[in-house]
Write a protein that binds this ligand. Structure first.
Ligand SMILES: NC(=O)c1ccc[n+]([C@@H]2O[C@H](COP(=O)([O-])OP(=O)(O)OC[C@H]3O[C@@H](n4cnc5c(N)ncnc54)[C@H](OP(=O)(O)O)[C@@H]3O)[C@@H](O)[C@H]2O)c1
Length: 286
C-alpha cells in the first residue's frame, strides 16, 4: 500500500455515525491501525459503548446529530482542542458515513422521515464539511463519502438514493473546488453491506404494507421483499469497507471512487449504460 511519510498516529480522522455498521467497523479498524479516530454518535449510551472498547486511539464524540446544526460547532471545538493538546497538525480526514433512511415507493414516502434524511446527509453533511475545512487544510486532509454503488433509479429506496445522487454531485464538485488546496473528495461506493440497517429492509416492507395505499404496490413489494431476502444472505461484512477506507486514506494519490460490496459491480455496470437503457433494464426487473 502506498503510504505517505507522516506517522499514522498524527493522522486524525473524524467519522460520523459510529454507533453501528460501517461507521463502527471503520472507527475500530482505523484506531487499531494507528489513526487517531474521533468517532461521532448521537446517543450517550453509544459513546459509552465506544469507551468500553478501551481503544486508546478511539475518542467518542457525542452528540452529533446531523439534523441539529447546533451540534456541529461544539464537536469541532472539542476536536480542535484535543488536536492542539496533542500538538498534532489538523485533521487528516473527514469520513461522512452517517445516514439512515428507509424503504418505500415514492407515493408512500413518509415526508418527515424524507426531510430528516435530506437534512442529515445533505445539509448536515455540507455544514460539517464547511466546519471541518480549516482543520482539513491544516492537516493536508481528505474527505470521504460513504455512499451507494451507482447513480441509478432503483425503485423503493428513493429516501436513501436521492441523497446518494446529491452526495455524488457534492463529492465530485468539492473535489474540483478544493483542487487548489489538494484536498481530495472521495466516494467509497458500497453495494449490499451486512449492517443492522441494511438488514431492516424486509421488516420495513412489512410496515409499508400496512400503509392505507399499500394495495397499489403490495404485489411488487412482496416480490421485491423475497429478492431482498436472498440479497441479504450475500451482503458483505462492514470490516471489508473499513479496510477499503483505510486504503483510500493511505493512498498517496487516491482514486476518487472506490467500490465494494455485494452487487456493486453490477450496479456500476448499469450506471455506465446510456440512461434510457439503464431505466429500461430496471423497469423489466421491477
Ligand atoms: N448497509 C448498506 O448496504 C449500505 C450500502 C450503501 C451505502 N450505505 C451507507 O452507509 C452509511 C452507514 O450505514 P450502515 O449500513 O452502516 O447503517 P447503520 O448501522 O444504521 O449506521 C448508520 C449510522 O448513522 C447514524 N445516523 C443516522 N442518522 C443520523 C443523523 N441524523 N445524525 C447523525 N448520525 C446519524 C446512526 O446513528 P444512530 O444509531 O443514532 O441511529 C448510525 O451510527 C449510510 O450513509 C448508508 O446510506 C450502506
Amino acid at each position: 500500500m502506498d503510504t505517505s511519510n507522516k506517522s499514522l498516529s498524527t493522522k486524525n480522522v473524524l467519522i460520523t455515525g459510529c454507533s453501528s455498521g460501517i461507521g463502527l467497523a471503520t472507527a475500530q479498524h482505523l484506531a487499531k491501525t494507528g489513526f487517531t479516530v474521533f468517532a461521532t454518535v448521537r446517543k450517550e449510551a453509544d459513546a459509552e459503548k465506544l469507551r468500553r472498547l478501551n481503544e486508546p486511539n478511539l475518542i467518542p464524540i457525542c452528540p452529533l446529530d446531523l439534523t441539529h446544526p447546533e451540534d456541529i460547532q461544539p464537536v469541532i471545538n472539542t476536536i480542535q482542542a484535543e488536536i492542539q493538546r496533542r500538538g498534532q497538525p489538523g485533521l487528516y480526514a473527514l469520513i461522512n458515513n452517517a445516514g439512515g433512511g428507509s424503504v418505500a415507493p415514492i407515493e408512500l414516502l413518509d415526508l418527515n422521515a424524507f426531510h430528516s434524511e435530506l437534512q442529515a446527509r445533505l445539509v448536515g453533511g455540507v455544514a460539517l464539511v464547511q466546519a471541518c475545512l480549516p482543520l482539513l487544510r491544516q492537516g493536508a486532509g481528505r474527505i470521504i463519502w460513504v455512499t451507494t454503488p451507482a447513480i441509478i433509479p432503483t425503485p423503493y429506496v428513493t429516501n436513501i438514493h436521492a441523497c446518494d445522487f446529491a452526495v455524488n454531485c457534492i463529492a465530485r464538485t468539492l473535489d474540483i473546488e478544493l483542487g487548489p488546496w489538494h484536498i481530495p473528495s472521495i466516494q467509497v461506493r458500497c453495494g449490499g453491506i451486512k449492517t443492522a440497517k441494511g438488514l431492516e429492509t424486509i421488516s420495513e416492507v412489512e410496515a409499508i404494507l400496512k400503509h392505507p395505499k399499500a394495495d397499489l404496490y403490495s404485489h411488487a413489494l412482496k416480490r421485491w421483499s423475497k429478492d431482498m431476502a436472498e440479497f441479504d444472505i450475500k451482503r458483505t461484512e462492514p470490516e471489508l469497507v473499513a479496510k477499503l477506507i483505510e486504503k483510500a486514506l493511505c493512498a498517496r494519490n487516491p482514486k476518487r471512487q472506490y467500490s465494494i460490496g455485494y452487487m456493486s459491480g453490477a450496479a456500476s455496470f448499469l450506471e455506465s449504460l446510456p440512461q434510457p437503457l439503464t431505466d429500461a433494464i430496471l423497469r423489466m426487473r421491477f
